[in-house]
Design a protein around this ligand. Structure first.
Ligand code: DOR
Length: 424
């Protein structure tokens, strides 16, 4: 196939070039390529050709919670969002804490055949915080990282052991940072809007203390650690300072933390309930600053689909989470690129190149010899978020009705078109 007429995002440059794809790989990059033999031509005139996006933090819910999402619907949402590789979190039922579940997910992902799916194993058995899970066996079966997802490992001693074992097997721990005793049933950020609504708040320190602890462990042990979904200005500062003194810490944030603030909770809309909670303008601006200066390495969706019955209830009873795969690129492009905070190359680095680097996944760049994993988008096209049009089973989004910029037109995985806008 020839991908013709697009603007190719290559590192820091946008280059007008055609791509020749052969046997699933990029065979040639040149200003004007002619089809040979039976080669198909994909007209991408006026479009941006980006390396396939990579999301390190996705909940696919299978096995166990298929009413919320399954591997087929989650993978369909991924390719619709421009993602060619996603990593799925272990809070399934059974928990991904052994090689059998890892093997099952890899097999299902292959059957579904849409994007590359990499399982993340739980740090402890059953995510119970007591005994380390079968780390080596999970790595052998194909797990790409470890995470306690949705909570922190309460014991610092156990977490230190986990980091050492993980490192022995070439894995990193991705840390959800939350001190449960400080959250103490809080459902929103502790601030003006918590007071206004009467909803129970949770202070920044609940997140920051655990970010600091994981940084201290990484520093003392000389091992890498990755901080999940950073939402506080103070967390950004802890990571910035740690990086400056050479700690091997990387970090992610999600579109909702740089697009929304806790003002969104004022109407008690359960779609705004997410963990960690939406914070204040000061935090939102610090997250953008952190993304700009490289303190925060990457953007993930924290795709957390839920069934309508779990969201259309009183705020206190609603599930935490946002269905994010289908809006992640457009929200990021709208709030970061259209405002000039980043250019498109910078966004691609944070949504593809850096995520690949953090977990040593092949991908994240357009180069001769690399897998032909591509996301082709019109970065200027405006569209309105309509949850009913989501292919994810999770229609839970606080962005319904919002106009965003950036439309994925094609997603190509190993040289095969896995998503075409409108199915054309
Ligand atoms: O909002 C969230 N939802 N945060 C998490 O950490 C977990 C996730 C989920 O699994 O629903």
């Amino acid at each position: 196939m020839i991908v013709r007429g697009g603007t190719v995002v290559q590192g820091n440059e946008m280059v007008r070039a055609d791509l020749r794809i052969r046997a699933g790989k990029i065979a040639e990059i040149a200003p004007a390529l002619l089809p040979e033999g039976e080669e198909e031509v994909l007209d991408c005139t006026g479009l941006s050709v980006m390396p396939g996006l990579i999301d390190l933090h996705v909940h696919l819910r299978e096995p166990g919670f298929e009413r919320k999402e399954d591997i087929a619907s989650g993978a369909a949402a991924a390719v619709k969002g421009g993602f060619t590789q996603i990593c799925c979190m272990p809070n399934t039922k059974p928990v991904i804490d052994n090689k059998v579940v890892v093997t099952y997910i890899k097999a299902r992902a292959k059957e579904v055949g849409l994007c590359k799916i990499h399982p993340i194993g739980a740090i402890t058995e059953g995510q119970e915080g007591k005994t380390l899970s079968a780390i080596g066996a999970m790595k052998q079966a194909g797990a790409v990282a470890l995470s306690e997802d949705g909570k922190s490992v309460a014991s610092a001693g156990l977490m230190a052991n986990a980091m050492m074992y993980a490192a022995d097997f070439g894995l990193k721990c991705l840390c959800h940072c939350e001190d449960a005793s400080l959250v103490d049933g809080g459902v929103v950020h502790e601030g003006y809007y918590a007071t206004l609504t009467g909803l129970k708040g949770s202070i920044r320190a609940a997140e920051d203390i655990m970010i600091a602890r994981e940084i201290c462990l990484a520093e003392s042990l000389g091992l890498p650690v990755h901080i999940c979904h950073v939402s506080t200005y103070s967390g950004v500062q802890l990571i910035r300072e740690a990086k400056a003194r050479g700690v091997k810490v990387t970090a992610e944030t999600c579109p909702h933390y740089f697009t929304l603030t806790d003002a969104a909770i004022r109407d008690f809309d359960p779609m705004t309930k997410v963990n960690p909670p939406l914070r204040e303008e000061r935090d939102r601006l610090a997250i953008i600053e952190g993304l700009k200066d490289g303190t925060i390495d990457c953007i993930v969706s924290d795709h957390a689909p839920h069934h309508a019955d779990e969201k259309n209830v009183e705020y206190n009873f609603a599930a935490f989470g946002i269905s994010g795969l289908e809006t992640s690129f457009a929200l990021s492009n709208t709030v970061l690129v259209k405002t000039g905070a980043l250019d498109l190359c910078g966004l691609v680095r944070r949504m593809s190149t850096n995520p690949a680097g953090i977990l040593s996944l092949a991908g994240g760049e357009i180069a001769v010899g690399a897998a032909a994993d591509l996301a082709v988008a019109d970065p200027d096209e405006a569209w309105t978020v309509d949850p009913e049009a989501f292919v994810s089973k999770g229609k839970n989004t606080p962005f319904a009705g919002q106009t965003v910029y950036g439309k994925i037109k094609y997603t190509i995985v190993d040289g095969e078109i896995k998503y075409r806008e409108g199915g054309k």
